[in-house]
Design a protein around this ligand. Structure first.
Ligand code: ATP
Ligand code: MG
Length: 346
């Protein structure tokens, strides 16, 4: 049985990092027909762990994320798309898993550490935020998912889940399934950098090109991208490594894009070689990247605009998905409580 669970926090619309890191792959997996069940979760409860004072942001982004999903090709006929908070069994599972994890283990989680720093929590870390790796373990195990397609930043969460599963199955009974992360095949896509050169494009950092961005926004954002700071004049030799413009080209560019938009070069290797030698300006490379992104995002944006006309239908779809997900999670919770011997009235 191959069961997939994955999801996103509704803290903003989805961006290119989500697209190359996870969404594109999800759609391929969905359409391959090779997987028995696919669950896609909008993680609103997790989003609240660092947005308790900003319910409206989380609330309003639920339909935005759902629109991004459908626009990219996810389909409620093939995948169960649901809202985390509408499956209360997930909270109950988290509560029991909390007893299987130590505080020091959570403190060592590199992603949590990094996010605490990015959010400037210092000493005032919400307990809910601190424990979100445990709630993520509940999300994954509730659906007995063995495959979790994610970006690289999520690897410590999957490891934490595997540890919880092993502890549970050893202490009680063999009920839970150990999941494996599936990273994008192209390692660049595991963590797309931000427009500003920051290590990760992230909704919370505001350094994103969104799937819903209009064509002028995309163009402006590409033009303003951080590049190689040592490449001052066109003649200067430039660096392509850690240069976000070239990193994005690595993620998106195919040879046929050269024929269509930049026929002077046969492929990306030749373009990079010219930039490294000197004599190739950032403007020209950015113009090429812009053409590629416009081409990739146009059909998504157009589909999204049509879907956005009927937000009622989006919520209906989410309601159906949440009901289906809830039934599955309730079954697992029942097995968990039986394994723990706390189903007293049986
Ligand atoms: P936030 O800043 O609110 O945490 P985010 O941009 O990190 O938002 P999430 O909803 O936390 O987005 O992540 C959803 C999924 O997308 C995860 O699997 C994550 O690994 C992946 N992802 C997020 N950002 C990137 C990125 N820049 N490159 C590749 N994958 C990414
Ligand atoms: Mg994140």
């Amino acid at each position: 049985m191959d069961i997939i669970l994955t999801g996103d926090r509704p803290t903003g619309r989805l961006h290119l990092g989500h697209y190359v890191g996870s969404l594109k792959r999800r759609v391929e997996m969905q359409n391959s027909g090779e997987y028995d069940k696919i669950f896609i979760m909008i993680a609103d409860a997790q989003a609240l762990t660092d947005n308790a004072d900003n319910i409206n942001k989380v609330r309003s982004n639920i339909s935005e994320v759902a629109l991004d999903y459908l626009a990219c090709g996810l389909s409620p006929d093939k995948a169960t798309i649901f809202i985390q908070s509408q499956v209360p069994e997930l909270c109950e599972l988290s509560f029991y898993y909390m007893n299987l994890v130590t505080v020091s283990r959570l403190q060592r989680n590199p992603t949590v550490k990094n996010e605490i720093q990015l959010r400037g929590f210092k000493q005032s870390i919400p307990v809910g935020f601190f424990t979100y790796p445990i709630s993520q373990a509940a999300d994954i195990t509730a659906f007995k998912a063995n495959l979790v397609p994610v970006g690289e930043d999520q690897l410590p969460m999957i490891e934490q889940t595997r540890e919880i599963v092993r502890s549970f199955n050893t202490l009680y009974q063999n009920v839970l399934v150990e999941p494996n992360a599936i990273l994008p095949s192209n390692s660049i896509c595991s963590r797309l950098p931000g427009l500003d050169g920051a290590a990760k494009m992230s909704k919370s950092l505001g350094n994103c090109i969104y799937l819903a961005d209009g064509s002028n926004d995309i163009k402006k954002k590409v033009q303003s991208m951080y590049t190689d700071p040592t490449h001052l004049r066109v003649e200067d030799p430039g660096h392509t490594e850690n240069n976000p413009v070239f990193v994005y080209l690595d993620a998106f560019c195919k040879d046929e894009h050269f024929a269509a938009f930049l026929p002077e070069y046969p492929n990306l290797d030749e373009l990079k070689a010219h930039y490294q030698r000197g004599g190739l300006g950032d403007g020209k490379v950015k113009k090429f990247l812009n053409e590629i992104l416009q081409n990739e995002l146009r059909p998504i944006r157009e589909k999204r605009e049509v879907l956005a006309n009927d937000v009622g239908a989006i919520f209906e779809m989410l309601k159906n998905g949440s009901e289906k997900a809830q039934a599955v999670a309730a079954q697992t919770l029942d097995e968990v409580k039986t394994a723990m011997g706390i189903n007293y009235f049986r």
